[in-house]
Design a binder for this molecule. Sequence first.
Ligand code: ADP
Length: 633
Amino acid sequence: MPTETFEFQVEARQLLQLMIHSVYSNKDVFLRELVSNASDALDKLRLEKLRDDTLDAEVTDLHIEIDVDKEARTLTVRDNGIGMSYDEVGKLIGTIANSGTATFLKELKEAQDEAGAEGLIGQFGVGFYSGFMVADEMTLVTRRAGESQGTRWTSRGEATYTLETVDDAPQGTSVTLHLKPADPENQLHDYTSPWTIKEIVKRYSDFITWPIRMAAVAGDGDGDSAPEPETLNSMKALWARSRDEVSDDEYHELYKHISHDWREPLETIRLQAEGTFEYQSLLFIPSHAPHDLFTRDFKRGVQLYVKRVFIMDDCEALLPPYLRFVKGVVDAADLSLNVSREILQQDRHIRMMQRRLTKKVLSTVKEIKTKDADRYATFWREFGTALKEGLVTDPDNSEAILAVASFATTHDDEPTTLAQYVERMKDGQDDIYYITGESRQSIENSPHMEAFRDKGIEVLLLTDAVDEVWVDTVGEYEGKKLRSVAKGEIDLDTEGDDQADGERAKQAEEYAGLLGWMGEQLGEDIKEVRLSTRLTVSPACVVSDAHDLTPALENMYRAMGQEVPRTKRILELNADHLLVKGLNQAYKEREDRTGLVESAELLHTLAVLAEGGQPKDPARFVKLVADRLERTL
Ligand code: ADP
């Protein structure tokens, strides 16, 4: 097959441009990325051979090799791993798989300054392409294990790359970087120097469990004889070593290898379980939520190893979905190497592991919360929304999740825990009040809040979609009911206030006629009209019955394609409002109430609008209001 030239995908091209003109200050990490890919390729080959020993591949000396050529200014990273087929090279190297790439490039365009661009490169951790930070040309020669022909890929990092088949490619992949001209100012980063390479491997890739070899540094040998290859890394699986043997930096490099995130993790969690079902695990809480955390195809789960042998990425069975942001490794001693995802989902031991790992993550978060307010705030900002899903799906741990949860509140600008809320509750207040909605601003100004504001009663401001659900599932905290300010009847008068009770009875009598009549007129949309104890300023509001679905939940179910009957709500009137008083007066005085029907309808629509809802018939509403305005001119 002749050499063919292909164009990079648009996104890939933009990314390459960025790499070539990189402002990323720590260019050394390109080597970490290439070694990381090579290590993955060796893992994959070992596993494939274990599962199919007819595979025509050599696995007795799996390793990574680094070669430098000072004269030619090249650096080669070679592995004898799984390799890629011709089609795979085009697919994997010619395009960018990372689902965050589109977001990345969009943000990059917005981040005009270099510091912004640097942060973004780190955030998305572009792997193979990072070679272009130091090279002006890259060549990759690869042969897929089991295949006879190899493929050569070359590119100068501009608009195109070439592909051709080659006959004599060894098994695995070699990536050769044609390094940019040396920078006389910066001897430390001379990537043709074996010492520099050794340093970088030690720093970033020591934990790689495959040998990383390099021909011994000239001068170490005895002149003429070919230099013996030297293994640069200690190859010890970090999760199998005792804590005091491993530095934080080493843990962090493992995190970067696993997560493809170039930033430091927020926390490292170790767990070593002994006994009948032995396993070791090293988990990481990232410091930032990935962009696709809430998309359907987010790859969740940690890596599974069996006795140091890599088995799979994204092993979902090991952690519940609400901890999908946790990265790491679990290495189990007593699983079959042939274990499949399906088997794992049903395995009793795996379920026990999941329970234990979940508890460990939650207790670690609690520790962070107790020890370090800033780190806890970061954690909750990034992952709180995901964690709250656990309140719905994992009742066994809901207490532990509530213990680390915090919520926006009317009390002040800082989020509060439920425990703090309870401490501040007023004498005679039995329940924990909350309001749900789309944004803090819209719910803070909702009519449902008026009496609470008036009486200085704190209300939690819940604005995540999942909040609509967990408040019902959880129901109460330390014996205090969680109550929506927009649901059911609210009695904020502390007990024994006889005067208020008397006043209310009188009003009820006075308004009985109007309320009944309005209920009939608006019967198609609401189930009842009653006097409100919530309102101080607005004339009316709509509320849900204590056990009904809220409008937001109804919409959520519909968005998921579920049929739900429309729930009628309750209209509440403010008997102290002049408009309501006037309406009552008119109701009592007039024989012909046709004009009042419109007023009742308008009052209802105003209540719907005030809580951020939509009028049922916007055009009709506009016409009614316009007519009335006209009459007031
Ligand atoms: P990432 O490693 O984040 O997936 P890269 O751009 O570094 O992204 O690599 C893209 C893909 O190319 C890898 O996922 C892998 O499938 C393939 N690949 C890269 N390097 C190698 C290699 N040395 N051997 C086999 N496959 C590789």
